[in-house]
Design a protein around this ligand. Structure first.
Ligand code: PLP
Length: 429
């Protein structure tokens, strides 16, 4: 074991996972590639953890942060006017499409979702909420409560009452033969069924338009519009968790929820916005945001350094129309990966924009296989490609490269993936 790994194990929680049998220490990055402490270079097909939205060492982001540092203004207090914070809030409010939107900044996706849940439960005077099975919304007391995955679930004893909807995971055999429309109808019937058992003032539905940690699970377009129609009948609020799906990543829409033709009451965001610098937040209808009878700031939420990075990152995404890049390169990568579905160890390949998933399965039983997913991760690493994993059973390979991906890198990453999955398949099938 390396010295750093031993030290990590000694002082970090046992429940913090590290990728790879021999974990990597990343020491530098440039463009869409990173370099480890041993000098190995990798093409990053997971963008950090979907955090480095526009790659590494981007001049515009570096210069914005350096300019902030050069002024000596790291005076971090949201008790004073912060120009960068207001500018960023204006941009996000405008991009959100939410009427009279207001923005509150946090340091992470978890805090963003905590804030959204606080706003919704207060507005509706209810601690009863709806969430989706197989969801992930963070690792705090409240957000674990709305996370529909037993990998985290057992660790929170939050008193929130949570009802889980079928949601986005269609892998159950009962849904296999259904068309998209039929599946949406089943989901809506399920929602109505759940609501027939609850108090009339359920606070909200919180959902990811594409489930991230859950394995890039992609529901049929229109599902959330159908849900919202029912929610609106009772005034139940809809929170779209855009932590992984925002900023054009899905190619076909700036926000993941836009693919469903519906505007939520609130959206939460984090991850890619600061291109590695910590920032998250909630954008919500102004009446909901203002209603909270609170008098509080987040000490670090929307601080000068993070907002400098975020303003530069968001401007870069918009100026270079990276949503269009995701729309252009996503189908290319997906086309290269699709043939893997024929392998006995692969149960599904899917993608939308620059989000791709490959589900690994035991060739004998067809059961989800975390073991094979781990084996593919090791194979991609050997070939100079970083990817992620996830899924309810740890069976899903997740790819979410920076939105700055080039066509050559798209081809390179796809070729390595095909090679690595085929190698693992051939070894066991
Ligand atoms: N929501 C979603 C959809 C996520 O994927 C994550 C993190 O993976 C979170 C919330 C929590 O964000 P953070 O890790 O920044 O607290």
């Amino acid at each position: 074991m390396s010295d750093l790994l031993a030290r990590h194990r000694a002082v970090m929680p046992a429940w913090m996972p590290l990728y790879y049998e021999t974990p990597i220490e990343i020491v530098s990055g440039k463009g869409n590639r990173v370099v480890d402490a041993d000098g190995n270079t990798y093409l990053d097909f997971f963008a950090g953890i979907v955090t480095n939205m526009i790659g590494y060492d981007v001049a515009e982001v570096r210069e914005a942060v350096e300019a902030q540092l050069a002024r000596g203004v790291v005076h971090t207090s949201t008790l004073y006017l912060l120009r960068g914070q207001v500018e960023l809030a204006e941009k996000i409010a405008r991009l959100s499409g939410i009427p009279d939107a207001k923005v509150f900044f946090t340091n992470s996706g978890t805090e963003a979702n905590e804030t959204a849940l606080l706003l919704a439960t207060y507005a509706r005077r209810s601690d009863e909420v709806l969430a989706l099975r197989n969801s992930y919304h963070g690792r705090s007391y409240g957000t674990i409560a709305v996370t529909g995955n037993r990998g985290w679930k057992n660790s929170s004893l939050s008193p929130l009452t949570v009802h889980y909807l079928h949601g986005t995971d269609r892998s159950h055999p009962a849904f296999a033969h259904l068309s998209d429309r039929e599946y949406i109808d089943v989901c809506v019937a399920d929602l109505r069924d759940v609501l027939s058992t609850t108090a009339p003032n359920v606070a909200c539905l919180i959902a990811e338009p594409i489930q991230g940690v859950g394995g890039f699970v992609m529901p049929p377009d229109g599902l959330f519009a159908a849900y919202k129609e029912v929610l609106d009948e009772q005034g139940i609020l809809f929170i779209s968790d855009e932590v992984q799906t925002g900023w054009g990543r899905t190619g076909t829409s700036f926000w993941g929820i836009g693919n469903h033709g519906v505007t939520p009451d609130m959206m939460t965001f984090a991850k890619g916005l600061g291109n590695g610098f910590a920032i998250g937040g909630v954008v919500a209808r102004g009446d909901l945001m203002d209603a909270l009878p609170a008098n509080g700031v987040s000490t670090f939420g929307g601080n000068p350094i993070s907002t400098a990075a975020a303003n530069a990152t968001l401007d870069y995404v918009l100026d270079h129309d990276l949503q269009a890049n995701a729309a252009r390169l996503g189908p290319l990568v997906l086309e290269r990966l699709q043939p893997l579905e024929q392998l006995p160890t692969v149960s599904a390949v899917r993608g939308r924009g620059l989000m791709f998933a490959i589900d690994m399965a035991d060739p004998a039983t067809g059961a989800p296989s975390a073991e094979l997913a781990v084996a593919v991760l090791e194979e991609t690493r050997k070939r100079g490609l970083l990817i992620g994993k996830g899924g309810l059973h740890g069976q899903t390979l997740r790819m979410a490269p920076p939105l700055t991906l080039t066509e050559e890198e798209a081809e390179e990453g796809a070729a390595i993936l095909v090679d690595a999955v085929t190698a693992v398949n051939d070894a066991v099938a």
